[in-house]
Design a protein. Sequence first.
Length: 133
Amino acid sequence: KIMIKSKIPIWIYLLQGLLCLILAQQAFSYYQFNYWGEIASTDSEKRELLELAGRTLAMLIVGIFVMISRNPHYFVVLFILNIVRETNETFVDTNYETDKSPIVNILVHLVIISLEVWALVKAYKVSKIQANQ
């Protein structure tokens, strides 16, 4: 039986790398206690923000681990996580973003989600090829 080496395309690594940079920036900003008065003033709001920071940091660590592992099965799970997160952010940003119009938010998020769905489909195909070898 001939072993076909099927790999995750480089563009998926670049996309996930960009998403990891965004997650790192978000997690870092959530842990910036010196400007909390603007976004979290009560203990309850601070707790929620720290929980969000921890979840964001966890997604960052998982993303880095998946890229290092180079395992297409892990990429499938990771992009499901990415798509769910980004879809949620689409609704949140569209309703609560004050700097951009809702249409701009929707369009930007749709581009990102489309790329994530494309990466999911590609990673799934690669994982099926590897599973059948």
